[in-house]
Design a protein. Structure first.
Lengths: 289, 235
């Protein structure tokens, strides 16, 4: 029993790690641009396909593929800002609808290029850390955990210590007042979309060798990301991190002891409960709902 | 003239908020804009800062047209704006709020010196330097908003109802600060519903009524004007 709990705990930490990367990006983009990017799950998917192309097909080093995913998907984020969210500023609903259209385009492009079958990404390493007979941690999963911690820490330091980090937080709190300090909303939106895209892309790249890669894989994470954000409090970066870790734990534990469908239902129920009891989310402040 | 606002018009859908307003601000002066609820005072300041698009008219600052530049570029030209309702960043600390005001500046040493002088003018902000702005009282938040604007090292300061919701003692403190800012060489455009305070501080004043300038003149003469006395000073 103790061993089962320990193993489940390890699985949960792994799931929480990459979910946090995805959820934080979504929340950052919503906070700064005021739009819900429905294509965020597809940015995660594109990150995985960059690894398929560069690492699996062209057999280049995995680390290079992961770095390429970060930069490329970040650039796709910038493209989305320039072509959709920028022109549709002050029209959050328009931005949301455009992002749904973009999601379909990305899925179609990937299907045309790679086909709709699942891609097999060869494992980067087969090593497993054996903690005890029944508690094992594949090194690949450990790498995902470590990389997530590193990227989230870097983001944290950037937000707390750098001038543009302040500007991002200020813009998320009051965009108009931020513009009155000389902060260009256009530039800050581009930065937010790059970071959001890059984090989703690296999450896709990190998990590509561990999950089934297919053009529709974005759906499964986007639902979870929304639950995480609503539970954590829309607009609060700290909340999103804490909520994603907590949610991933609950989800993994329920999936292990009962099953995945029940875990999803519990997640949605949790979200409803939070919406009813504290509509601004567990960590959200009142001024953004 | 430092600032020339020439016959500007702004609409929100079918509602015409400003219908041809002209305002001039010279160097070394406090210019007041008074008027009732919805007269168009805030819209005038927001148009100057680039937050509202002009339908007609032109705005020049230091002789150059700034009409329809984005707000961040207008800050770069030297106009800072203390917005209605203070609008400090609630989850940034006092220090972070002040430093955001200096976002465009590259003169690091002078910026640090200005930060120290803001803390000298507002000792209460220094006491709460590390706390989030949302924990401050209304008066402290107003001082933070003013300090933040000063950190931009502006050559013109726009202030929208700095006395709103504050106790009379605090309003007096704010008035002293506005005088000091002007004395240090930064002209102020002061929007107020508190006409008494505004006219006492100002050199020149405009009275807005439903999006037009109903009256203008030296602040002293407006204090004696019958219409102003009846409509805005309640005497
Ligand atoms: N965002 C907006 N959308 C629609 N109408 C607006 C908007 N902002 C202002 N208005 C309208 O424009 C007119 C001028 O408003 P403004 O805020 O400039 O008035 P004000 O003189 O600052 O009033 P107050 O003393 O209440 O602050 C009003 O009729 C107001 O209802
Ligand atoms: Mg107003």
């Amino acid at each position: 029993m103790v061993e089962l709990l320990a193993q489940t705990g390890l699985n949960a930490i792994y799931a929480a790690a990459y979910m946090s990367l995805i959820a934080v990006g979504l929340v950052l983009v919503f906070g700064v641009l005021g739009v819900i990017n429905f294509a965020h799950g597809e940015l995660f998917m594109i990150g995985a396909y960059v690894v398929v192309a560069i690492y699996a097909d062209f057999q280049m080093p995995y680390v290079l593929a992961a770095a390429a995913a970060l930069v490329f998907v970040g650039a796709v984020g910038i493209l989305m800002e320039r072509t959709m969210f920028g022109p549709l500023r002050d029209n959050p609903l328009g931005g949301l609808v455009a992002s749904i259209g973009f999601l379909l385009i990305l899925q179609a492009l990937v299907s045309v290029q790679f086909g709709v079958r699942m891609e097999h990404v060869p494992p980067v390493t087969q090593d497993v850390i054996v903690i005890s007979e029944k508690v094992r941690l594949p090194v690949q999963r450990l790498a995902v955990i470590i990389a997530s911690i590193v990227f989230l820490s870097l983001l944290w330091i950037f937000l707390r210590k750098s001038k543009f980090g302040w500007a991002l937080r200020a813009s998320a709190q009051d965009r108009e007042a931020a513009s009155l300090q000389g902060i260009s909303i256009t530039r800050i939106s581009i930065i937010a979309m790059f970071i959001g895209g890059a984090l989703a892309g690296i999450a896709g790249a990190l998990t590509a060798p561990l999950i089934s890669v297919n053009p529709h894989m974005g759906h499964s994470v986007i639902v979870a990301a929304f639950i995480v954000i609503i539970v954590g409090g829309v607009g609060s970066l700290e909340g999103a991190v804490v909520a994603s870790i907590a949610y991933a734990f609950v989800h993994t534990i329920i999936t292990t002891f009962w099953d995945g469908v029940i875990a999803d239902i519990v997640g949605l129920a949790l979200m409803l409960a939070v919406l009813i009891i504290k509509p601004t989310g567990l960590f959200g402040t009142a001024d953004r709902a | 003239m430092l600032l020339e606002v020439e016959n500007i018009a702004v609409s929100f859908g079918k509602v015409a908020a400003l219908r041809g307003i002209s305002i001039n601000v010279g160097k070394q002066s406090i210019v007041a804009i008074i008027g009732a609820n919805g007269a168009g005072k805030s819209t005038t300041l927001r148009a100057i800062s680039g937050l509202e698009k002009l339908q007609e008219g032109e705005i020049r600052f230091e002789g150059e047209a700034i009409s329809n530049l984005p707000p961040d570029r207008i800050v770069g030209r030297g106009i800072a704006h203390v917005p209605e309702g203070r609008r400090v960043f609630p989850d940034l600390t006092v220090e972070e709020n002040l430093r955001t005001g200096a976002f465009l500046r590259t003169d690091a040493e002078q910026t640090e010196a200005d930060l120290r002088s803001v803390f000298e003018s507002f000792p209460r902000l220094l006491e709460r330097i590390g706390e989030n702005a949302k924990t401050l009282s209304g008066g402290e938040q107003q001082m933070l908003a003013i300090g933040r604007a000063l950190m931009a090292k502006p050559r013109l300061l726009l202030m929208d109802e700095p006395s709103m919701g504050l106790a009379p003692v605090v309003v007096d403190e704010i008035a002293v600060i506005i005088r000091k800012i002007c004395a240090e060489g930064v002209p102020v455009v002061l929007v107020e519903q508190n006409a008494q305070m505004a006219l006492r501080l100002a050199d020149y004043a405009y009275v807005l009524e439903t999006g037009t300038v109903a009256l203008e003149g030296n602040a002293d003469s407006l204090l004696d004007n019958d219409h102003v006395r009846a409509a805005y000073l309640g005497v």
